[in-house]
Write a protein that binds this ligand. Structure first.
Ligand code: UDX
Length: 434
């Protein structure tokens, strides 16, 4: 089989398929990335990925190429694992998928199955099938199925090898049979399986992401309520989370969601809902989005308020740049939005992250340690909850800063121990701390 696209999704899927015993060729137009992957190395930081790449480039079950002709006749299944970033107005930009199909389809002389894994607006799969059949010499013998991927960054390998459910969106018994064979290992482990039509499969993925985003925005809206009324949002989340129908996961209040998926996927869902006239959904999603954007603004405002309304010339230490812990990914990172905003307001921002390496950028300096970030700081911001930040010693760090003020944007610090060491701790969503 081939896997087209080798970023977070594609590289992990290719390695996972090899682990399931399949022979896999990963394809990408980026020659440097292909070279790295063929050396059994990973171009991204993702726990467990590199050992799997090393293992299967060595077993010979996995290799990578830039050449579509190598996969066209060799593979009978082609997975599409390309990015679908935000385009104009928030619509999903399908150009990577179209470009891949325009390269592959004219080379398809034999019957085969093209399986989409990318997150796409409902209706995309059938349009792609039409496009492929028009371009492929094999014509209608090429079929499309949709098998959305639910992997989380930082747990991508685990989620691929032991998915919590599988979704097969097909319109033929043959496609269904092929997918059953491909996933025989997780299926024999009793992984729940949903077999459905292609539109439902496309929608399941965006609905899952929209629901997760909704949970986060709900708890963040409740955190505003706690702030206004004098409550504690963490205790509230714990208490409602004990109800099995609600569940405690994705109820961590704070800076809200970021990353390469949730923000762009809900935008695309709102856009598609509007196109189809389902404004009840697009309006709903837009308010989820607005709450999320508001949290970033609120945090920057909290910092500005701590500097008596003016941060110009103030030194601000930012702990965390990745959009969440466990990854080096900074796409749509809430931490960076806050850092940018404070820089624009004239602050001197120093940022530290254990994994994320920022390209040189105007306005703030990335430093190599917590200590360097905190030296001479007027305000410290805890914006990505890396576990090591919970281990920090407030006593020792208090000697480095100019003012002992820390804003906990993720509600994960032991506020009491920081306060005992003489710090002012401001926690978004905890009224008592403001
Ligand atoms: C998400 C989905 O979880 C995954 O199923 C899908 O395939 C891709 O999108 P990912 O982007 O890796 O995965 O991140 P996730 O772990 O879901 O976190 C998303 C964001 O929400 C992060 O910025 C995180 O910090 C934030 N978050 C998460 C909260 O603010 N509060 C929470 O309680 C949970």
């Amino acid at each position: 089989m081939s896997v087209i696209g080798t970023n977070y999704l594609g590289a992990t899927h290719a390695a996972g398929m090899a682990e399931f015993g399949h022979h896999v060729i990963g394809v990408d137009i980026d020659a440097d990335r292909v070279k790295t992957l063929n050396a059994g190395e990973s171009h991204i930081f993702e726990v467990g990925l590199e050992p799997l790449l090393a293992k299967h480039t060595a077993t010979g079950r996995l290799r990578f190429t830039t050449d579509y002709t190598e996969i066209a006749d060799w593979a009978d299944v082609h997975f599409l694992a390309l990015g679908t970033p935000s385009g104009p107005g928030g619509a999903a930009d399908l150009s990577q998928l179209h470009a891949a199909i325009d390269r592959l389809a004219p080379l398809l002389h034999e019957p085969c199955l093209v399986v989409g894994k990318s997150t796409v607006p409902v209706g995309t799969a059938l349009a792609l099938e039409e496009r492929i059949r028009r371009l492929a010499p094999a014509g209608d013998a090429v079929e499309v199925a949709w098998n959305p991927e639910f992997l989380r960054e930082a747990y991508a390998v685990e989620d691929t090898l032991r998915p919590d459910r599988l979704v097969f969106g097909t319109h033929s018994a043959h496609a269904l049979e092929v997918l059953h064979e491909i996933y025989s290992i997780p299926l024999s482990d009793r992984t729940p399986l949903v077999e459905c039509d292609i539109a439902t499969a496309e929608l399941i993925k965006v609905a899952a992401n929209a629901f997760l985003a909704t949970k986060i925005s709900f708890i963040n809206a409740m955190s505003q309520m706690c702030q206004a009324a004098g409550g504690d949002v963490t205790l509230l989340a714990d208490a409602i989370g004990f109800d099995k129908r609600i569940g405690r996961e994705f109820l961590n209040a704070g800076l809200g969601f970021g990353g390469g998926c949730l923000p762009k996927d809900i935008k695309a869902l709102a856009f598609r809902a509007e196109e189809l006239g389902v404004t009840v959904l697009s309006d709903f999603i837009r308010s989820v989005e607005a709450i999320n954007d508001g949290q970033r603004i609120e945090l920057a405002e909290l910092a500005i308020a701590q500097a008596s309304g003016d941060v110009s010339g103030k030194r601000i230490a930012v702990l965390g740049a990745a959009f969440k812990p466990g990854t080096d990914d900074t796409r749509n990172s809430p931490a960076l939005t806050v850092a940018d905003r404070l820089h624009e307001s004239g602050a001197d921002v120093r940022i530290y992250d254990p994994q994320a390496r920022l390209p040189p950028r105007e306005g703030f300096t990335q430093v190599a340690s917590v200590e360097q970030a905190l030296l001479g700081a007027d305000i410290v911001l805890h914006l990505t909850e890396w576990p090591e930040f919970r281990q920090l010693d407030p006593e020792r760090l208090g000697q480095l800063v100019k003012k002992k003020v820390i804003i906990d944007g993720r509600l994960k610090l032991q506020a009491a121990s920081w306060r005992n060491a003489g710090w002012k701790v401001v926690q978004i969503g905890r009224a008592g701390s403001l």
